[in-house]
Design a protein around this ligand. Structure first.
Ligand code: SF4
Ligand code: SF4
Ligand SMILES: [Zn+2]
Length: 581
């Protein structure tokens, strides 16, 4: 979530009568119109589960005498995951953001909002500064608190942390970041940088629960669910598969497909990087609903190709191609030549590319597959309300504090999320690989500690912050020599001619010869063929593009059946070995 994404309206209101979030125009419990809630876009919500409560308890431990989960146990708490350098969440209570949880460098802190005080005043640690009346008046008029205006300072005030400012009568007037503490008290200069002035508006201390939130959103959810079911029914005559990954979105998508009465086969793609609990869960749910389940198994593709590609990154997702799209292509090809409609729990809120794809899309990497999503426009509050409304069993990794579940070491995860996963044995093999890789390539201890392998090209601000370099990968490179008569491709290393002689069958006869002389019109295609010949990792994606079954995988590489190939070059589409060269 490093890059801000704004993928649509923040679709949430609040019923102040019932003290619950409202997605539609009206609260189903009391009939009142919701008040708009002001949160940071894009608006991805969740009710805290066990792991989230643990994080909240730790984050607020500097601020509260009791555990956050105890202080707020009678309120309906909602989290909103927002863009930030690492895991960042707004905490919403009573329809107001009361604090933001910020993870940084493997620790967590909170940034408080004034409303927090009204809920937690009895439990607050000594994080108060009393301002004299003159200073208090200036604060209300927009000034910061200067050192001479400080009358007294609480024992638990920490430099750099949030502090509550009181006037001389003990009335809270503002929240700010303290520049002082008991041991670092200056005579001059700014003592507290003010962030928010107290207003006390809209503080709702009425107790409420998840059950009430479900009731309050009943008709909105029914409408959206019916809309999704009607959308799915449009595909009932098609060749249908439902992709079930073990995550919450695919669970909802699967459940909607069942309710739509569709006939389908369910597929689970085991990337080889799944949690054991996910595999068990998928099997259990399949049994529960008597599904016809096919498991597509990528085997050890990931670890086998790590040597070649190096660690994957957010900007270098060879893993998706090799462990997901390749096996899916091979599976779809095994079903015959008919178009397959794959029902996928994709939501626009997840990423920009997903937002752009619409609810029916083709993927250039997976020939013959049309993706369809019935929940494209849902936010995650709708997904969670659906799960609780229908009492569905969800993957237990959500209880451990993850927002999204997929490959255990996915490079798109934030450091704080990886930290949760890294406490479990599933991470051990990956940790050893990264340690080894870092030593071999001299990348340093911080590269490992802050999981900087998540980028191929590390963002400049992180490079400066941790004083680290990018990982470098030696790969095949070419230049083109032009002597006026002919063009020649000159590689930086020897080419395996036996393989190239076979792969050259993809190209028209005059396009490339064994001296690597190339026809002007075929430079790009010839380069791709040489790459594929040298660097193929056997993912099988290109085999799905050949209508003549002229490509096959042998010993981890693709080969051309020279009798079948008609040299049409249609197989030269996206290839991970070429794209991630
Ligand atoms: S050439 Fe190899 S790596 Fe490229 S798409 Fe084909 S099988 Fe995959
Ligand atoms: S798509 Fe098939 S027939 Fe066409 S060039 Fe490639 S391997 Fe040959
Ligand atoms: Zn209500």
């Amino acid at each position: 979530m490093s890059n801000p994404v704004y993928l649509g309206r923040v679709n949430i209101g609040w019923c102040d009568e019932c003290n619950v979030p409202i997605l539609g125009e009206r609260c189903d419990r009391c009939g009142s119109s919701p008040r708009k809630v002001s949160v940071t876009p894009p608006g991805e919500f969740k009710f805290p589960l066990q792991g989230d409560w643990n994080i909240l308890d730790i984050a607020f431990s500097d601020v509260l005498k009791s555990r956050f989960s105890d202080v707020f146990s009678n309120y309906l708490v909602l989290l909103n995951r927002i863009p930030g350098p690492d895991r960042t969440e707004e905490v919403i209570v009573g329809g107001n953001v009361i604090a933001t949880i910020l993870h940084e460098d493997l620790s967590v802190r909170v940034s408080l909002r004034p409303e927090f005080y009204y809920y937690a005043s009895e439990y607050l640690k000594d994080i108060f500064i009393v301002a004299d009346n003159l200073a208090a008046r200036s604060i209300i008029n927009g000034s910061n608190l200067m050192a001479p205006g400080v009358k007294s300072i609480g024992r638990e005030v920490k430099k750099g942390n949030d502090v509550i400012i009181m006037d001389e009568e003990g009335k809270p007037i503002a929240i700010g970041i303290s520049r002082i503490d008991l041991n670092n008290f200056f005579e001059r200069g700014m003592a507290v940088k003010i962030k928010f002035i107290f207003s006390g508006d809209n503080v709702n201390k009425k107790h409420s629960s998840l059950r009430e939130a479900i009731e309050a959103n009943r008709s909105y959810m029914e409408r959206e669910e019916n809309r999704a079911i009607e959308f799915l029914k449009r595909f009932r005559e098609k060749n249908l598969l439902v992709s079930f990954s073990g995550g919450k979105d695919s669970l909802v998508s699967l459940h909607l497909s069942l309710r739509a009465g569709l006939k389908f086969k369910t597929v689970f793609l085991n990337t080889g990087l799944e949690f054991d609990e996910t595999i068990e869960y998928v099997k259990r749910i399949s049994e529960h609903y008597s599904l016809d389940l096919d498991i597509i198994d990528a085997g050890d593709a990931f670890f086998k190709h790590l040597e070649h590609f190096g660690p994957p990154g957010r900007d270098y997702r060879w893993c998706c191609k090799v462990c997901k799209l390749g096996p899916t292509t091979r599976y779809i090809k095994s079903l015959g030549n008919e178009k397959i409609y794959m029902i996928i729990g994709q939501r626009a809120y997840e990423s920009r590319s997903r937002a752009l794809s619409g609810n029916i899309w083709e993927n250039e990497w997976v020939p013959n597959q049309i993706g369809i999503s019935a929940i494209q426009k849902w936010n995650s509050l709708m997904v969670w309300l659906y799960i609780f409304r229908h009492d569905l069993e969800y993957n237990k990794w959500y209880d451990r504090g993850l927002w999204r579940i997929g490959c255990f070491m996915c490079p798109s995860q934030d450091l704080a999320d990886l930290e949760i996963v890294s406490k479990f044995p599933v991470y051990d093999k990956w940790r050893s690989f990264i340690d080894e890789y870092s030593k071999k390539n001299n990348l340093g201890e911080k590269w490992v500690r802050y999981a900087l392998w998540r980028w191929n090209k590390i963002p400049d601000y992180l490079k400066k912050r941790y004083n680290v370099n990018d990982k470098v990968r030696e790969s095949l490179k070419f230049y083109i020599k032009d002597d006026g008569n002919k063009l020649k491709i000159v590689p930086n290393k020897n080419i395996d001619m036996n393989r190239l002689k076979n792969m050259m069958h993809i190209l028209p006869r005059a396009a490339l010869n064994e001296d690597l002389e190339v026809h002007r019109n075929f430079i790009d295609k010839a380069m791709q063929v040489i790459y594929q010949s040298e660097e193929c990792v056997g993912c099988g994606i290109c085999t799905g593009r050949c209508n003549y079954n002229a490509l096959y995988i042998n010993e981890g590489r693709v080969w051309v059946d020279e009798d079948k190939c008609i040299r049409c070059t249609k197989c030269l589409g996206p290839c991970p070995a070429y794209v991630f060269r």
